[in-house]
Design a protein around this ligand. Structure first.
Ligand SMILES: [Ca+2]
Ligand SMILES: [Ca+2]
Length: 289
């Protein structure tokens, strides 16, 4: 009788082991899975795939960029949602996992530290020897601000700055500066002021090009109310300034807007411009929103 109990116990143990072994077997096999962490445009993927020897990543941004690294880092170029696909393989066994990565872009702060712009692509770069004191501009919009990083020569002072914005993207409405940008202008809002003299403001145009310069309203907001900036600073041979414009003053914005930035001396001689003025095909740059 005792022996029988022992035998039954063994049978029970063997049965449990068999069941757990079978269970283990069900979980076996190649399975793709990943997680990710984003910091601005930089995304670090962590690969949790099981029983795989090779990996293929598609980052979903139509750039054709792929990777065969186990846990790659990828830097996106614009904000947006991207369907990322990881295919894990072991011999003929293939498993694919997809997840949507939401890229919000960098958290730009107007603080005189420009590392927040590191992975932001240039919006516009002047050709060599064009544009005077202004060389290049980066832009990044968030819900509240249009942020700019402006690069100039060591001669960039910004005594007087004029930012022309064609917010309705229609060159036939607003102020036209055909002699500077013959292909297209059409300023609906003009921000004009001084980073050194503490004056200026934002004006709105009537919309009728025939009204010319007189079509601008008196200031709807002061320079300081509209713009936030840090003092120009030279970093690695480039003179840089970052500033942001409060977009709540600019009416409805949709998709993008057109803009140019002009630096004048205090006696209103043009010192620099981006895009460069006076070119036969000159027109405003496009600010993506
Ligand atoms: Ca900054
Ligand atoms: Ca316009």
């Amino acid at each position: 009788m005792k022996r029988e109990i022992i035998n039954l116990t063994w049978i029970a143990i063997i049965m449990i082991l068999t069941v757990s072994c079978k269970k283990e077997k069900d979980n076996e096999g190649t399975k793709a899975v990943f997680s990710y962490v984003t910091d601005g445009y930089v995304t670090n993927f962590t690969n949790f795939s099981t029983d795989a020897t090779t990996y293929e990543w598609d980052f979903g941004d139509n750039s054709g960029a792929t990777s065969t690294k186990k846990s790659p880092q990828y830097v996106y170029k614009t904000k947006g949602k991207y369907l990322v696909s990881l295919t894990a393989k072991k011999g003929d066994i293939v498993s694919t996992f997809k997840d949507t990565v939401n890229i919000l872009g960098p958290n730009i702060k107007i603080d005189g530290d420009f590392t927040d712009w590191e992975h932001v692509e240039y919006t516009y770069v002047n050709e060599d020897n064009q544009g005077g004191t202004l060389r290049a501009v980066k832009t990044f919009a968030n819900g509240k601000y249009l942020n700019f990083l402006l690069e100039g020569t060591d001669q960039m002072v910004l005594d007087v700055i004029v930012v022309h914005m064609d917010t309705d993207k229609n060159p036939d409405t607003g102020y036209k500066i055909d002699w500077l940008y013959p292909v297209a202008s059409g300023t609906d809002y003009k921000l004009e002021g001084s980073f050194t003299g503490n004056w200026g403001g934002l004006a709105k145009h009537s919309g009728n090009p025939a009204d010319g310069w007189n079509g601008f309203s008196s200031d709807i907001a002061s320079f300081d109310e509209t713009i936030l900036y840090s003092p120009p600073k030279t970093v690695e041979g480039k003179k840089l300034i970052e500033f942001s414009i409060d977009r709540s003053f600019l009416g409805t914005l949709n998709g993008s807007l057109n803009f140019c930035i002009i630096e004048n001396s205090s006696s209103y001689t043009e010192r620099g411009s981006i895009p460069a003025t006076g070119l036969p095909d000159g027109k405003y740059a496009i600010y993506p929103l």
